[in-house]
Design a protein around this ligand. Structure first.
Ligand SMILES: [Zn+2]
Length: 350
């Protein structure tokens, strides 16, 4: 479920591309140990194949796709279409009601609203080794053409796809749409981990229903116990999520971990700092006579939190483990009223 941005949307397009080429030197691969380890500035030559993946042909959208859409249902927030006659949903009215429930949930969770109607359409399941299950096309408000194109969500599904997956994908992709375009101008993540983590966190109960999990915290603890944990710092480019035959397993693990990490940052440090982090990456084109180079400075954890990513990662994991420890230790029952009077304590409910 990588988010794909149209070629016109500068910021996310460039950062997304940069992440594909980004790698961490071996000396920096220190697991989650709290040692200062700044995220380096990266530079990219214009003529490298960095941007080939974001060629419009790579979006899997036929050039005349708008002409191939047939409106099946319209709700307060969605335009639900058949694409080239493909509409693998038995009951469009029920799907429309379910989609509105997803909007209400995700919008409430993010505390944002949208006046735009998002296009929903379906594609047959992706048969690639490392398949896409859904994606959102959404331009950031900084894109001068953003207002010309409604956000769009594509769900890859057929009659064998579970209802919980369809709803999970829809909620996740709507998370991308609403964190990028909302009336309140909130969130606006740009980097891949931030963007996927926010979309996954926004999907909340729909994500858990699909994944068979109960909470992001419990999921990360389970990854640890099963030795499946993937360090955020080591896999900052999310590379295992998008390559190899078992990429879906890695994708779900990394997306869930980023959702849990962002939840920790939000609850422990507050919204303002999280938003500052999301908006902290910088990028700059430098042109000389011989070449054109893009410099990308990654998110500034040190500047926003006074800690590097791996230090915050270690803090978050400590928090998760102590949370579990607290849950295992029964709290002592206190009865202040009993101590203040000689009246016998009322029996507690079973
Ligand atoms: Zn996504």
């Amino acid at each position: 479920m990588r988010r794909v941005i149209p070629a016109l949307s500068g910021l996310c397009l460039l950062l997304g591309g940069a992440f594909l080429a980004y790698s961490i030197p071996a000396s920096a691969q220190t697991d989650a140990t709290p040692t200062p380890d700044p995220m380096p500035t990266q530079s990219f030559q214009l003529d490298e194949p960095l941007f080939a993946e974001f060629d419009e042909n790579a979006l899997h959208i036929p050039p005349d796709f708008m002409g191939n859409l047939e409106l099946i249902a319209e709700t307060d927030h969605f335009l639900i279409h058949a694409s080239r006659g493909y509409f693998p949903v038995d009951d469009p009215e029920q799907f429309a009601r379910d989609a509105e429930e997803v909007y209400d949930y995700v919008s409430t969770r993010l505390e944002v609203t949208s006046d735009e109607k998002t296009i929903i359409l379906f594609e047959r399941p992706d048969s690639n080794v490392c398949p896409v299950r859904g994606f959102a096309i959404v331009s950031p408000p900084s894109d001068p053409y953003a207002g010309d194109y409604p956000p769009e969500i594509v769900i890859y599904t057929d009659e064998n796809t579970s209802h919980t997956q369809i709803m999970g994908v829809l909620a996740h992709e709507l998370g991308h749409v609403l964190t990028q375009r909302n009336n309140e101008q909130w969130w606006m993540p740009a980097e891949a981990g931030h963007s996927e983590g926010m979309a996954t966190w926004a999907a909340g109960r729909y994500w858990h229903a699909w994944q068979g999990t109960t909470s992001f915290s419990d999921s990360v603890r389970a990854h640890f116990e099963q030795s499946k944990y993937l360090s955020l710092r080591e896999h900052y480019d999310l590379e295992p999520a998008y390559s190899g035959g078992d990429c879906l397993v890695s994708r779900d693990i990394l997306y869930t971990e980023w959702a849990s990490f962002i939840e920790f940052l939000l609850y422990e440090y507050g919204y303002e700092r999280l938003e500052a982090l999301f908006r902290s990456p910088k990028w700059e084109w430098v042109e000389t006579d011989e070449e054109r180079v893009l410099y990308v400075t990654l998110a500034d954890y040190q500047g926003v939190y006074g800690l590097e990513l791996n230090q915050l990662e270690a803090q978050w994991l400590d928090h998760l483990m102590s949370e579990a420890e607290t849950a295992r230790t029964p709290a002592r029952r206190t009865c202040p009223l009993c101590e203040a009077s000689s009246a016998p304590a009322a029996p507690s409910a079973p």
